[in-house]
Design a binder for this molecule. Structure first.
Ligand code: TXA
Ligand code: MG
Length: 357
């Protein structure tokens, strides 16, 4: 299959291009498109053969359910068997936006979409291209992140192409995504509701409207197996072994400095993904004679700008991987607000290699 790429304006998407993509989706084809979080790989959610193509293209196990994208809250009734008041409240506050709600499903949704679960994950994206696409297509669109299974999620069309060229019919290139980490998932199929994946809407924002919400146990801890489907530990993973450092900033810098020296002495090439301030503090180690040419660094925002860290996270991981480093040392930006989502993705990529100080 030849993959076509259409480049469009994220603010004012060309209606002719949107119509072409919408028609492809209605015909059962695969279309990758930008959302405010990451790029999605879309297919007609009510067409089982089309949905199967998503799993094939991504090499995704069929045990991992898909998020269904809709245009607005009014469509929930067509897809969900019930819509609890607390879930409605969140939808009215945070849609269109980076929030996914898990609700009991209606029978019209193929089991393939939900991995056989009795619930469906729904989200109304705010990105203008995504919104125009769901509105114009007039169908619900099943769309996981548009990466090969277990690769970091794509935040640019180039990332999508790197993973899925020749496997999708069309890629809509709307430039880099705004948020950079996936949507927050809140599960209303259980009582009390559970935050299954931290994301673009913070736990604090959810909690202020739904005080009963609980964090899934171990959601940010890659050392524990994930009970929720799809919340596999090995996720968002670069090829290089990643170690996550968290805790006191000065101590993190000391430990990474020591670990860089050890790794370089062993002959390894090292990637560092850390806030700018930490990279500055590590500059003498990186510039040392032994380390020259053996250390690649990528900024993870700044300690004062977690939004930027979220935007830089997945491209930083992809860049470091592409540079061929053997190990990656990554710094957790903390666990409040959006930092919790970043920490969660890094902890999963670390597969239990977490060093706390
Ligand atoms: O921001 C996002 O949510 C992006 C964009 C493209 O919308 N999508 C995304 O999809 O991150 P994906 O497939 O990478 O993650 C979907 C996850 C699944 O791995 C699973 O954990 C959860 O959503 N999920 C989906 N349907 C579910 C269900 N019925 N029950 C429980 N969890 C579900
Ligand atoms: Mg994904």
């Amino acid at each position: 299959m030849k993959t076509k790429v259409l480049t469009l304006d994220a603010q004012q998407p060309d209606p002719a291009m949107i119509e072409e993509a919408a028609a492809a989706l209605r015909e059962g084809k695969l279309v990758a498109f930008p959302t405010e979080t990451v790029y999605g790989l879309g297919a007609h959610a009510l067409n089982e053969a089309a949905v199967q193509k998503i799993f094939d293209a991504k090499e995704r196990p069929s045990t991992d359910p898909l998020i269904v994208h809709i245009a607005h809250v009014g469509q929930v009734g067509q897809l969900a068997a019930s819509f609890p008041a607390a879930a409605r409240k969140l939808a009215l506050s945070f849609w269109a936006g980076p929030l996914t709600l898990i609700l009991p499903k209606k029978p019209s949704i193929p089991d393939l979409v939900t991995a056989g679960l009795p619930n469906v994950a729904l989200r109304a994206p705010s990105h203008r291209v995504a919104r125009a696409l769901v509105e114009t297509a007039g169908i619900p669109i099943a769309a996981p992140s548009a990466n090969r299974f277990s690769r970091p999620s794509p935040t640019t069309a180039a990332h999508v192409k790197a993973d899925l060229d020749g496997r999708v019919d069309l890629i809509l290139d709307g430039g880099p995504t705004d948020i950079g980490v996936e949507s927050t998932i809140v599960d209303f199929s259980v009582d009390p509701p559970v935050l299954r994946r931290p994301g673009g809407i913070t736990f604090e924002q959810i909690h202020s409207l739904v005080p009963g919400v609980v964090l899934a146990s171990g959601e940010a801890n890659a050392a524990e197996p994930q009970l929720a489907p799809g919340q596999l530990t090995r996720h968002y993973a670069p090829t290089a072994d990643l170690t996550l450092y968290e805790g006191d900033a000065a101590r993190i810098v000391d430990r990474i400095g020591a670990d860089v020296r050890t790794a370089v002495a062993r002959g390894s090439r090292v990637g560092i993904l850390a806030p700018e301030e930490d990279l500055s503090a590590l500059a003498p180690v990186i510039a040392s004679t032994a380390a020259v040419g053996r250390v690649e660094v990528r900024p993870l925002g700044s300690r004062r700008d977690v939004e930027r860290a979220a935007r830089e996270l997945f491209s930083g991981l992809r860049d470091l991987d592409a540079s061929g480093v053997d190990v990656i040392f990554a710094v957790s930006p903390g666990s409040e607000g959006l930092a919790l989502a970043i920490r969660d993705r890094l902890a999963r990529a670390a597969e239990g290699r977490v060093r706390s100080s």
